[in-house]
Design a protein. Sequence first.
Lengths: 268, 191
Amino acid sequence: MKRLNRMIGWCLPVVCLTLLTLCGCLQGRQEGEGFINVGEFTVKSLDNGLKELRDGQGRRLVLVPRGQQAPQGFRKEEIVPIPVRRVVAYSTQEVAMFRALGVLDTLVGVTTRKCDWTMREVARGMEEGRISYLGDSTSVDLERLKAARPEVVFTWDQSVVPMLETMNIPAVITYTGRAMDLETRVRFIQFLAPFFGKEREADRFVKTVLETIAEIRRKTADVKHRPKVIWGDIYEKRVMVEPGNSWVAEMIKLAGGDYLFEDIGGSH
Amino acid sequence: MPFLFIFSTRYLYGEVFTNSSSLYRFVFKLSPHLMHYAVLVILLGFLVSYLTSSVYPGKILLPNTPINLPGSSFSMVMKAMDVEFYNGSRLGFLEDQAMEVTARVDFRDQEGRPLKEAVLAVNRPVWFQGMSIHIKDFAPRSKRGMPQRDHVAVIIKRDRGIWLYIAGTVLFTLGLLMYFHEWVRKRQGKW
């Protein structure tokens, strides 16, 4: 019986190692080359130029080159033909990145009024009727949105997704539960780029900006006087501040400031 | 607690094992192996989850708007949602902030016939046809602030590995109890 007991004992590490090796092999097979993660956003290259994405809420989308068959297992509102020709963007930050990618001509709808735009191209597009104002971002006019015929909508408002799904319009949630840090904010363009086939432009942009940030960091490293700074909005009698893990807080530190909510983490 | 355990062990099994045979001792000697195998079963559960589970993280429930349950012909509709706000005065920063949310949901078949009604809440998932539905986010989170459409974001999971986790946990507990029993018997000099 002692021998049997010992034998059972020896079996344990063997089975354990086999299982772990199997897990490791499978993991390695899935996360090889062609996988980018930008904070909570991911882009995974599949065969035939297809790309699988996860947005800020972990929703899955697939980018399919035009003229190519969409893979099975995806619903219509999860399939985005690329390069995208017509987009709607809720946030001005995405529009700024579209400009960096040189794809502002694809923008067909926004939720910021013309008078509030500092990007002349967008204001002009609205004047000319190429870009529609879809209403305030909290109450978008779905009729106008439908009329704009977007191929994809970039939105922070997840509650609009069911309505977009009924219209078979794919939605990308750009909001994440945790605030983006500076590098993630800059690299977010690498998540947007595959929609337009502009990956190289995005990589160049990221390289340039990160180099500039590194240079600023070098220059401000020895600053002795660091003024105390807070960054926030006053909204309906409340002051909402940016957490220490946000890109805004990092910018303040980079500029030689002492961000007072450094120890607070959270969403933006 | 240990005393209670020792007492109950003696009470329940004392007589049986007083003249314990070598077979009984052998079975109890396997308790460390049992615990290790339990860990393997839990690891196996992870492997099954990794290979076969499906997670749908961004499903949005709007009041009275059905959504399809992925990979099935069933649908789910939120009949009502109730957000409970902080109404105390001691913690000023929580004023008007949501404290709890509950959603009453119906599951329906392809023809729209109701099959099950359940209440979904934070840390209270609902189970239906091998799927578990968990609350991830909801709005409104505050009485003030930016107006948002009432909605509940849910994660829908289909995870067969969960039964292996449960089995592994039960096995581990059993192994632990057996090990403790053997330890007690040895200390008493009966084995």
